[in-house]
Write a protein that binds this ligand. Structure first.
Ligand SMILES: Cc1cc2nc3c(=O)[nH]c(=O)nc-3n(C[C@H](O)[C@H](O)[C@H](O)COP(=O)(O)OP(=O)(O)OC[C@H]3O[C@@H](n4cnc5c(N)ncnc54)[C@H](O)[C@@H]3O)c2cc1C
Length: 811
């Protein structure tokens, strides 16, 4: 066994084998995999191993289509051929118009990844799958490349090719402890000796938290028991003369594929069970859980109704095994929060379909610092402190129960809520607030007209349309108040704080006390990593000279990680998170200054407190820090208040607002207003796939300042054509917003992808942002948007169509 290597991958299921293989493909061949038993002896060996292109966003579709291409190439490689039923085809069924609408959206979105789904009606479903009845069926989504693979052969093939490239695999070698050294390298302790390495990867399946504990972290991953049946031969299958397509059914919660001349049917029952919550028997190896047929009887009935031939067919075998879930159903692939040189590929609930892609993206992250797609949807740092064992289990159960029922836009399911609240949450609930969830925080989405108001979930504008319009108009014509909780806030102190930020930020960094600026952070490839509001607070009785670095709520762990990892030992810079201590009250609208002036001492005139200023004050008797910034495009103040004083500040603002007709508004109104202003959202419009020039942020880049992260990459690309350009579009329809991921077409060619969409109430237009082919980026360019199957004209317009000179926000 080696005693020193570059990377140790722990775990020899699909996650570990794929990561090892792809590391060698990226050119890192001095790498090792250690497995406590035999390869695939965790979950992988008994997987139903269906492999589909279907995913909820382009990153998932892209990584799954990589799996399919890779598995096909492996299967066809005569050196180590494997069994792969590639291209049997698969149907995702639907019995509601909303599900069909969703499938049309997913088809539009996947086309941008060169993946081609087809939306078919019920008769066509039955024609392609002769065993199914069309009762209570509207149609489905067809993936022509759907299939299934032999999971053990797949892992052995990946291991074979990785070994051939130089990797080593040590089987029957349990990892017993992990030690991290001062220089951030690791020692992996195993039953057969120690291995020193630069980087460790946790790919331990349902034992993820045993290995997590060895490095002092808890991962938000819980296991569920999951069963499938294998049937006897079915004569109709033999008679069909072709392999049966796969079925995934959100109506009755099962999947089904051909296995020999019978079927394999897997169940997602409502009375589902978590597994291993209180520890896992060390001897649970190549093992299964006891069968429990009773639990799945309801689902079985649904499958019988859809495939009547099953009623005449015997069950040959039952498999019940543990499968891992996270709190949002997507896996955790990437850096382990709070650790250096530690990565994970865990929480895989569809690891055979996705694993080829996970290993591919993870190896790119390890070797290049970033992958070819923005990987936020699978980034382990997207869950912050709230994701404990209980919450993870609650969400895992909910997700399992809804396995094939995708989330509709604005849908937030109830399990595990509320997780993060402020003293105002119950107060705002009493005001009629409907809450959305942002990084676990309950954030006001809009104010409901009645407690039993429940808009229809779907892809068109719904019953909230006029409510949000009314909130926007109240802000535009008077003044509104919104709570923005969980906003990421890092206090940066120390003499070198500005030099540090100059290195991290690609543009001008505001340095004058009392001044605020919007800034962008790039990765080493010169692409967008983060967006931050930088505010310089002068020394006061509340603290020394300091910078407040503010960014999106979801970025809490991500940004702290990025900043901390670039601190130099010899510089005087200290980072402290205030995210959970402070909440923002946004006061916005032309009368905002009047309200502020009547509850906070001091001169708030434009001359005394201009746009992009920061000042400490009291709102009534509540200590507050006010930033003159606006995401709505109206005159606005971000009032940052310690949570202990939040209710007091809120009461003072409400009282001061009475004379000015102050009303409440929520996140949906903010989202509409920011789209009219050309303001972008982190991880919707600001992603690691594009640089600031492609994203329309040239004015935030200063190539003539000193060195900063990403500068060299930008210089290297100077003079080269951009890949895509972010544009604002006017979408010529009133029935639905453009949805993120939707494709923009010119003829049969995809020329762009939507990142955000929504109605602009102040200009009365349906708006979208999209990255498009640079040839299509000039104002006036017209293309067709595939909006859930409807082809709608979308025309490029100038950014910030509402008040383009920003006169209103300057007040
Ligand atoms: C019944 C069932 C049906 C399924 N059907 C499908 C399907 O159709 N399609 C699909 O895509 N997915 C399916 N899945 C899910 C899929 O099988 C899993 O997502 C995948 O196998 C997980 O792989 P993994 O590598 O993460 O975990 P595992 O396969 O469990 O591998 C983890 C490995 O880590 C090793 N390990 C643990 N601790 C240590 C240690 N201390 N030291 C060294 N090694 C250690 C274990 O021994 C194990 O080999 C199914 C799952 C089940 C249960």
């Amino acid at each position: 066994m080696k005693t020193r290597t570059r990377v140790v991958v722990i775990g020899g299921g699909i996650a570990g084998c794929s990561t090892l293989y792809h590391l060698t493909q990226e050119g890192w061949t001095d790498v090792v995999l250690v497995e406590r038993n035999e390869l695939t002896s965790g979950t992988t060996w008994h997987s139903a191993a269906q492999v589909t292109n279907f995913g909820m966003n382009q990153t998932m579709v892209g990584l799954k289509s990589h799996s399919i291409a890779l598995y096909k190439a492996l299967a066809e490689n005569p050196e180590y051929p494997i069994n792969y039923h590639h291209g049997d085809g698969g149907i995702r069924l639907a019995n509601t118009p909303q599900q069909m609408q969703g499938y049309r959206h997913f088809a539009s979105m996947a086309r941008g990844m060169d993946v081609h789904f087809e939306v078919i009606d019920a008769a066509e479903c039955a024609r392609r799958h002769p065993l199914i009845s069309t009762e209570n069926l509207l149609g489905g989504l067809w993936d022509p490349l759907d299939g299934d693979i032999d999971p053990a052969q797949l892992c052995q093939a990946l291991a074979y090719h990785a070994r051939k490239a130089g990797a080593e695999i040590y089987r029957n070698t349990p990892v017993t402890a992990l030690t991290q050294h001062k220089d951030d390298t690791w020692t992996v302790h195993t039953e057969h000796g120690d291995i020193d390495c630069d980087i460790v990867v946790n790919a331990c399946g349902y034992r993820v938290n045993e290995v997590g504990a060895m490095m002092g972290v808890h991962h938000p991953v819980a296991s569920m028991e999951h069963q499938y049946f294998l049937t006897e031969d079915i004569p109709e299958i033999v008679a069909a003369g072709h392999r049966m397509p796969l079925i995934r059914c959100p109506i009755s919660d099962y999947y089904c594929r051909q296995e020999k001349n019978g079927l394999l049917i897997g169940f997602y029952e409502q009375a589902c069970k978590t597994w291993g919550m209180d520890g896992i028997d060390p001897n649970f190896v190549n093992a299964l859980c006891p069968d429990d047929v009773n639990r799945v009887m309801d689902v079985l009935e649904g499958a019988f109704a859809r495939m009547p031939a099953l009623r005449e067919t015997g069950i040959r075998a039952i498999v019940n095994g543990p499968i891992t879930y996270t709190i949002d159903g997507a896996p955790l692939i990437g850096p382990i929060p709070g650790k250096r040189n530690a990565f994970c590929a865990i929480g895989l609930r569809a690891g055979l379909g996705e694993g080829g892609g996970h290993g591919w993206l993870l190896a790119q992250m390890i070797v290049h610092g970033e992958a070819c797609y923005d990987t936020w949807v699978i980034d382990p740092r997207r869950f912050t402190g709230h994701a404990n064992v209980e919450l993870t289990a609650l969400k895992a159960v909910e997700d399992y129960q809804n396995e094939f029922r995708f989330h509709f836009p604005h849908e937030h399911r109830p399990a595990g809520r509320p997780a993060k609240t402020t003293p105002l949450t119950p107060v705002l609930a009493a005001e009629g607030a409907e809450f959305t969830v942002v990084n676990g925080w309950e954030r006001v989405d809009y104010i409901k007209p009645a407690p039993d108001f429940h808009p229809t979930l779907g892809f068109t504008f719904d019953e909230t349309f006029d409510l949000i319009g009314a909130e926007v108009h109240a802000v535009q014509s008077g003044v509104g108040l919104a709570e923005v909780n969980g906003f990421n806030r890092i206090e940066i102190t120390g003499a070198d704080r500005h030099a540090f930020l100059d290195r991290m930020i690609c543009g001008a960094v505001p340095k004058r006390a009392g001044r605020v600026g919007l800034c962008y952070l790039l990765n080493h490839h010169g692409r967008i990593k983060g967006e931050a509001t930088v505010a310089n607070l002068p020394a006061s009785d509340r603290g020394p000279d300091r910078v407040w670095y503010g960014s999106a709520a979801a970025s809490e762990f991500h940004d702290m990680d990025w900043l901390q990892s670039h601190l130099r030992a010899d510089e005087d810079v200290h980072l402290r998170s205030l995210t959970n201590d402070q909440t923002i009250l946004v006061l916005a609208g032309p009368r905002a200054r009047d309200v502020l002036s009547s509850c906070a001492r001091g001169d708030w005139s434009r001359a005394a407190f201009a746009w992009l200023s920061v000042r400490e004050c009291f709102i009534g008797f509540a200590p507050a820090t006010v930033l003159g910034v606006s995401f709505s495009g109206e005159l606005a103040y971000e009032i940052h208040v310690p949570n202990a004083a939040l209710y007091a500040a809120y009461l003072a603002l409400r009282k001061a607002g009475e004379a000015h007709g102050l009303t409440l508004f929520g996140a949906r109104a903010v989202d509409s207003m920011r789209m009219e202003k050309g303001f972008l959202h982190w991880k919707a419009d600001l992603i690691t796939e594009f640089d600031p020039f492609e994203t329309g942020l040239s004015r935030f880049v200063k190539l003539d300042k000193g060195d900063f992260i990403g500068k060299q990459a930008l210089l290297d690309r100077q003079g080269k054509d951009p890949g895509r350009k972010l544009v604002t579009l006017h979408v010529d329809t009133t029935h639905a917003p453009a949805h993120p991921g939707a494709s923009l077409m010119q003829g049969q060619q995809v020329v762009g992808t939507v990142t955000s969409g929504g109605w602009g109430y102040r200009i009365g237009k349906n708006l979208a942002y999209a990255f498009v082919d640079p040839a299509m980026a000039a104002p006036g360019s017209s293309m067709m948007l595939d909006l859930c199957g409807d082809m709608v004209t979308a025309q490029v317009i100038a950014p910030s169509p509402y008040d383009p000179d920003h006169a209103r926000m300057r007040g």
